[in-house]
Design a protein around this ligand. Structure first.
Ligand SMILES: NC(=O)c1ccc[n+]([C@@H]2O[C@H](COP(=O)([O-])OP(=O)(O)OC[C@H]3O[C@@H](n4cnc5c(N)ncnc54)[C@H](OP(=O)(O)O)[C@@H]3O)[C@@H](O)[C@H]2O)c1
Length: 323
C-alpha cells in the first residue's frame, strides 16, 4: 500500500497538522507515526516558540497557519510530588493551554481535533477494568486532582464544542505510557523509567541490591508510546464521535513482575528489595479497552520488546534524556 492510500479521506499528505507538544514523550511519537504514514506538512512549535498559555499568541498562530487537524499532546505533566507541591500551576496551565488551543482551533476552522487526557481522570476507586462510563462517578485521587480536573474540563470542552458548534473533536485516554523520550528523572518520573534508571545505575556501580518502593503487589498497565501514537493516527482518521476512548494494552502486571522483567532486560545480577514501609498506591489500575477494540485497533508492542527498545534508547541517549 502506498503512503497516500492510508491517509484519511479528508486528510491529504500535504494537510497541515499541528502537533502541540511535539518534543514530549507523546508528541514526538505522534510526529514519528504521522511522518511514517506520509504526512509531510506538520506544524511544530517548541514551548519557547509558542507558549500555549498565551491566548493572543495562540490565536495569531492559528489565524496565520490554519491547520487542518490538531493533535493536542502539550500539557504541564508531572509526578505526585510536582502535582502536590505546585497545584496552582497544574490546574492553571492545563486549563489555559486547553482553552486557548481548543477555542482557537474551532475559530480558525480546524477540521479534526484530538485531545489527549489520561487515566487519572477516573475515580480513585473505580471498578476494574475501568470503563469510559465510570468518568465522574466518584472522587478522584487527591494527589493529582488538580491535573485531573483540568483534563476532565478539556474532555467536556471538546464534547460541548461538538454539540454546540459541530466541532470534530475526539478525546482519547491513554494508560501509563513508556518509550523513547520518556522522563528518567528519579524524583519526577513514572515507575517504569524510574526502575530502568535505578537498575541500570545499580549494574554500572556494581550495587548488590536495588530498593523498590512498596510491596511489589500493585498491578499496573503499560503501553508503548509508539502503539499509542499509532492509535492516535488511526482514530484521527477513523473516529469521529463524542464518547471518550480508552487506549491501553488490555492487561496489567504487578510491580514485582515489571521490576523482574527490567532486571532481566538489563541483565543485572543483584537482588530486588521491596521496601514495604513505602506506600503502594491504588491496588490495580487497568483500562477497559472494549470500545477501542470495537473500533478495530489493537496494540502490537509487548512489554518485553518494548522495554528492551526503551533501554537501548536510554543508553544511547542518556546525555539528552530527561534525567
Ligand atoms: N506519559 C504518560 O504516561 C501519559 C499517560 C497518559 C496520558 N498522557 C497524556 O499525554 C499528553 C502528553 O504527555 P507527555 O507524557 O508526552 O508529556 P511531556 O513529555 O511532558 O510533554 C509535554 C509537552 O508539552 C509541552 N508544553 C508544556 N507546557 C507548554 C506550554 N505552556 N506551551 C507549549 N508547550 C508546552 C512541553 O514542552 P516543555 O517541556 O518545553 O515545557 C512538552 O513538550 C498529556 O496530556 C498527558 O496527560 C501521558
Amino acid at each position: 500500500m502506498s503512503s497516500a492510500e492510508v491517509l484519511a479521506p479528508d486528510l491529504a499528505p500535504d494537510s497541515r497538522i499541528f502537533v502541540a507538544g511535539h518534543r514530549g514523550l507523546v508528541g514526538s511519537a505522534v510526529v514519528r507515526a504521522l511522518e511514517a504514514q506520509g504526512y509531510r506538512n506538520l506544524l511544530l512549535r517548541t514551548h519557547a516558540e509558542l507558549d500555549l498559555t498565551d491566548q493572543l499568541a495562540v490565536r495569531r498562530f492559528f489565524d496565520e497557519h490554519r491547520p487542518h487537524a490538531v493533535i493536542m499532546a502539550a500539557a504541564r505533566v508531572g509526578g505526585i510530588h510536582a502535582n502536590n507541591s505546585r497545584p496552582a500551576e497544574f490546574i492553571r496551565d492545563n486549563l489555559l493551554i486547553q482553552d486557548n488551543v481548543i477555542d482557537s482551533a474551532h475559530r480558525s476552522g480546524v477540521g479534526k481535533f484530538v485531545f489527549l487526557g489520561s487515566s487519572c481522570i477516573y475515580p480513585k476507586l473505580a471498578p476494574q477494568p475501568i470503563k469510559e462510563d465510570y468518568l465522574l462517578t466518584g472522587p478522584l485521587e487527591p494527589t493529582n486532582e488538580w491535573y485531573a480536573i483540568a483534563k476532565i474540563a478539556g474532555v467536556k470542552m471538546c464534547q460541548a464544542f461538538r454539540r454546540e458548534y459541530g466541532f470534530k473533536a475526539i478525546s482519547l485516554m491513554p494508560t501509563n505510557l513508556y518509550g523513547p523520550g520518556d522522563n528518567f528523572d528519579l524524583e519526577n518520573s513514572h515507575v517504569l523509567p524510574a526502575l530502568v534508571r535505578k537498575i541500570h545505575e545499580a549494574k554500572i556501580n556494581g550495587a548488590a541490591e536495588v530498593v523498590v518502593w512498596g510491596t511489589g503487589t500493585p498491578r499496573r498497565e503499560f503501553l508503548h508510546v509508539d502503539d499509542l501514537a499509532d492509535a492516535v493516527v488511526y482514530l484521527l482518521q477513523k473516529y469521529d464521535a463524542e464518547p471518550i476512548v480508552n487506549i491501553g494494552w488490555g492487561e496489567d502486571v504487578t510491580i514485582r513482575e515489571l521490576a523482574e522483567l527490567i532486571v532481566s532486560v538489563i541483565d543485572y545480577s543483584g537482588r530486588l528489595i521491596f521496601d514495604t514501609s513505602k506506600p503502594d498506591g491504588t491496588p490495580r489500575k487497568l483500562l477497559d479497552v472494549e470500545r477501542l477494540h470495537g473500533l478495530g485497533w489493537r496494540p502490537k508492542i509487548a512489554l518485553r520488546p518494548g522495554v528492551e527498545q526503551t533501554y537501548r534508547w536510554f543508553r544511547e541517549n542518556s546525555s539528552g534524556a530527561r534525567l
